[in-house]
Design a protein around this ligand. Structure first.
Ligand code: IPE
Ligand code: IPE
Ligand code: MG
Length: 243
């Protein structure tokens, strides 16, 4: 019997936007051309997320390991972020998007850190799509930082070791207050998570797509969501009807 209602969209979609460099190389272009095109794909992804009724979209924009790239590429990516914020934040704000940035702010150019703070502050009261930007983000760093906070609280006498539960630890992560992702999409064909949301992805459905990020569009997004709807999420239990 067909479902009476269409399946509800994933509440939270996390995306590893990968393949910019290979997209460019396949066209005989410099890697920077792929990153530039990637910004257009990001705009399409935000629009599609909103149209599909997704509430949280988390995008992996720069990892803590991406500093290992040549200095010219790193500064190009920093400049691209700066330009994206300057050009797009006002529009996103008008559309009701609420921006939150996760990742280490220290270690960034103070002018960029300021722009990120400003974007969060400007959009803080919006109630549309939640756009979570992972920039200078690394999950192992996030988890070790949480462990440090807990250890300090124990040393200060304000926390009993026995009181450290998954909920308490989750409250020390940068994603505190954000529901765990339902769906992770990685473009570019690699099947790994590259230090992204290691804790939060515990029961997330993974969809790996071969297309490079600059080619990402609403149709690819819709296919990933359809794939997600075909999954049987059990969270360690059993299907409702087999109980
Ligand atoms: C993703 O594309 C963008 C960032 C990691 C900043 P890549 O730059 O990793 O492109 P590939 O994977 O080398 O093709
Ligand atoms: C993951 O892509 C990081 C981002 C998309 C920002 P990478 O291209 O850095 O990952 P690896 O090196 O292929 O694992
Ligand atoms: Mg890559």
């Amino acid at each position: 019997m067909p479902d009476a209602f269409p399946p509800s969209p994933p509440r939270h979609v996390a995306v590893i936007m990968d393949g910019n460099g290979r997209w460019a190389a396949a066209r005989g272009l410099p890697r920077s051309a792929g990153h530039k095109k990637g910004v257009e794909a990001l705009r399409r992804a935000v629009r599609a997320a909103r149209d599909f009724g997704v509430q949280y979209l988390t995008i992996y924009s720069f990892s803590s390991e991406n500093w290992a790239r040549p200095a010219t590429e790193v500064s190009f990516l920093m400049e691209l972020l700066r330009r994206f914020i300057r050009q797009d934040v006002a529009d996103l704000h008008r559309e009701g998007v609420k921006i939150r940035v996760i990742g280490r702010r220290d270690g960034l150019d103070p002018a960029i850190a300021q722009l990120l703070d400003d974007a969060e502050r400007l959009t803080a009261d919006n109630d549309g799509l939640n756009l979570v930007v992972a920039f200078n983000y690394g999950s192992r760093q996030e988890l070790s930082c949480a462990a440090r906070k807990l250890a300090e609280a124990v040393r200060a006498g304000s926390l009993e070791p026995a009181a450290i539960t998954p909920e308490v630890l989750a409250g020390c992560l940068e994603t505190t207050g954000i529901p765990d992702p339902d769906l992770l999409i990685r473009t570019g064909g690699e099947q790994r998570i590259s230090n992204f949301l290691l804790w939060q992805l515990a029961y997330t459905e993974f969809v790996f797509v071969p297309e490079y990020w600059p080619d990402f569009d609403a149709a690819i997004f819709a296919r990933a969501i359809a794939d997600y709807h075909g999954r049987d999420r059990r969270f360690g239990g059993l299907k409702a009807h087999s109980a």
